[in-house]
Ligand binder design. Structure first.
Ligand SMILES: Nc1ncnc2c1ncn2[C@@H]1O[C@H](COP(=O)(O)OP(=O)(O)OP(=O)(O)O)[C@@H](O)[C@H]1O
Length: 242
């Protein structure tokens, strides 16, 4: 399988704390890979290194053929990162926001226009795109942000807690949006504490704890390996070493 992301012995130390202790995994083209782990496990640190926002202490990752260490600007062109606390400008309309962001990311006017059209179609907000973002529900804002994040069609989309705080319908719509994009060949690296979400969305899962990636596999493999009924049991057993 063609690989969009190859993480090799990535390590991060904050002073005395070694938050990520040399982890390695791959994400294939069109694959959704979820990092799961307890609070403080090292998920955000790993994601932020791959998103080029934190410099690794050691190790490397290759994104769409570009080394994080040697070509961070090329990596930046191949990814999008949507943090869980991301917000949008409340005084802009959704449409103004999409046009503004396309202008920031894409120099060519025709291409920027195509990016906006793509985002408009993806977000499903219809006429509400003419309203100010300050009037949007949390779910609508998240759909707008996700469509903005993928408008340039990056090889890898990195999403931190993509549906946290959303109701069931909005969360389902976001998950379907991610699945649709993956089916078109976009790769996803996401973190989530929601095991239902992980089971629905991800092709493969990596369980991280105390900076170590303990196991990777698809949900069926993990259920079998840990003799578990569901992913929550897998998680509990993997992190408690049972
Ligand atoms: N800037 C920092 N300085 C010092 N220590 C940090 C810093 N950022 C994170 N850490 C520590 O690194 C470890 C991993 O943190 P990280 O935020 O990556 O975990 P996480 O898995 O994303 O947790 P959560 O699920 O709570 O978001 C924790 O022990 C945390 O306290």
């Amino acid at each position: 399988m063609e690989k969009t992301l190859e993480v090799r012995q990535l390590r991060k130390r904050y002073g005395q704390v070694e938050a990520v202790k040399g982890i390695s995994f791959d994400v294939g083209k069109g694959e959704v890979f979820a990092l799961i782990g307890p609070n403080g496990a090292g998920k955000t640190t790993t994601i932020r290194m791959i998103a080029t926002l934190l410099t690794p202490t050691d190790g490397d990752a290759v994104v769409a053929g570009h080394s994080l260490r040697a070509e961070p600007e090329k990596v930046r062109e191949s990814i999008t990162y949507l943090p869980d606390e991301a917000g949008a400008y409340k005084s802009m309309t959704g449409m103004e926001y999409l046009k503004f962001m396309a202008g920031l990311f894409v120099a060519d006017r025709e291409r920027a226009k195509a990016c906006v059209e793509y985002a408009v179609e993806r977000c499903g907000l219809g006429e509400r795109l003419g309203d100010k973002i300050g009037t949007y529900s949390r779910g609508m804002t998240r759909k707008l942000l996700l469509s903005r994040a993928v408008m340039t069609r990056p090889a890898l989309a990195i999403l931190d807690e993509p549906t946290s705080g959303l109701d069931i319908i909005n969360a389902l719509e976001i998950r379907r949006m991610i699945k649709g994009l993956a089916a078109e060949g976009m790769s996803f690296l996401l973190s989530s504490h929601n095991m239902l979400e992980i089971e629905f969305l991800s092709d493969r899962v990596g369980i991280i704890d105390k900076g170590i990636l303990h196991v990777t596999g698809n949900c069926e493999e993990l259920l079998e390996r840990y003799q578990a009924q569901n992913l929550e049991e897998v998680f509990e057993r993997a992190v408690s070493g049972r």
